[in-house]
Design a protein around this ligand. Structure first.
Ligand SMILES: [Fe+2]
Ligand SMILES: [Fe+2]
Length: 356
């Protein structure tokens, strides 16, 4: 499916790039000079001479990405390993993912959806995200075009808050188990793993672009509000919170689908030759020849689709009694069952009668 080509090893030429502060789509240098951000991405790509973005060699470092947070090594430690190994996705599985919406059925669903819609408006405002109304083309669409920098701002903001719900829910279920001295029935690890997965999304995109002061302040404020809001909301109605995350992930799938379409349409030239950072290659076990930015977006979208399914499923369950179907051993293993991978996706979640 992919052409087999060779690519010259890339050298990190960006070490000389001064510390930057990004405000909106403008990159403000510490020395007072102003650059647009797109050229800064292009500048990093100058070592590319080949027109091919896929390679067959992994012998030398190929990333053109600056090490914003280099791996910590000590005298005795080379690196740390995760116990949450990511399932392997095939390209076919990732390509089959699409946007989907679970219809509102209860008042709790309606409340969750309206919260997501409100939040979406806020995020669109903060990250400068806009898209053309349906049915428009030509010049009308031109003014809604998002640059690589604008997409990254949006992604960084989204991913920095996306890791909060799983951690809050996991933490509260953990504490409840301790204080009531009752089993949790396998929910905690799925929830914490989701938070870990979202943090890996953030770290991956942090390797590609360092957020500026404005974005960091927005993230700080958003985390404070979001964490506390979710903490109390989860104490009151965990079911509504899972539905809320399910709807939020529907929006995440939509966002990454748009990015994928934009890359494929050639509207984000700065990402065409950029390869996924090492941290992503390792985490998703990205095979050689499938390590472009486009591939990376396919992996991330598949994760978001899995979160969408998991949270809609958890939102269908009895929050106190039901075991987690994603860690369960089923009596009848012949039937299709919820899985951690992308082999079986249920965009609107599994209904309780199917899994409990
Ligand atoms: Fe994410
Ligand atoms: Fe997500």
């Amino acid at each position: 499916m992919y052409s087999v080509t060779t690519t010259a090893p890339l050298r990190l030429t960006v070490t000389a790039i001064p510390k930057t502060v990004y405000v909106g789509s403008l990159c403000v240098l510490a020395g007072g000079q102003h650059y647009s951000t797109l050229p800064s991405i292009k500048a990093r790509q100058s070592p590319f001479t080949s027109t091919n973005r896929r390679s067959i060699s992994s012998a030398s470092p190929k990333s053109a990405i600056k090490e914003f947070f280099p791996k910590v090594e000590t005298k005795q430690i080379i690196e740390t390993e995760t116990s949450w190994q990511h399932p392997v996705y095939t390209e076919e599985q990732m390509r089959s993912i699409h946007t989907e919406h679970r219809q509102v059925r209860t008042w709790s669903d309606r409340f969750a959806l309206s919260m997501v819609q409100g939040l979406r408006w806020g995020m669109d405002f903060v990250t400068g995200y806009r898209h053309a109304p349906k049915g428009q083309d030509g010049k009308a669409v031109e003014k809604f075009k998002m640059s690589e920098r604008q997409w990254l701002n949006r992604i960084l903001f989204l991913e920095s808050v996306a890791g909060v719900p799983g951690m809050v829910a996991g933490m509260l279920r953990h504490l409840r188990s301790l204080r009531t001295m009752r089993r949790d029935n396998g929910w905690i690890e799925t929830l914490l793993e989701e938070a870990y997965n979202e943090r890996m999304h953030l770290l991956t995109f942090m390797k590609i672009a360092e957020p500026g002061l404005f974005m960091r302040m927005m993230v700080l404020g958003a985390q404070g509000v979001y964490f506390n809001g979710l903490f109390f909301a989860y104490l009151i109605s965990p079911r509504t919170c899972h539905r809320f995350v399910g709807y939020l992930e529907e929006e995440a799938v939509l966002t990454y689908t748009r990015i994928i379409e934009e890359i494929e349409a050639g509207n984000l030239p700065g990402w065409e030759k950029l390869e996924a950072p090492e941290i992503a290659v390792k985490y998703w076990k990205m095979p050689e020849g499938n390590r472009s930015m486009l591939d990376l977006m396919l992996y991330v979208r598949a994760d978001e689709a899995k979160h969408r399914e998991v949270n809609h499923t958890l939102g269908n369950l009895n929050q106190r009694e039901d075991p987690n179907p994603y860690t369960a051993v089923f009596r009848n293993s012949e039937k299709p069952r919820p899985s951690k991978g992308a082999d079986l996706m249920r965009p609107t979640g599994w209904e309780r009668e199917e899994v409990i």
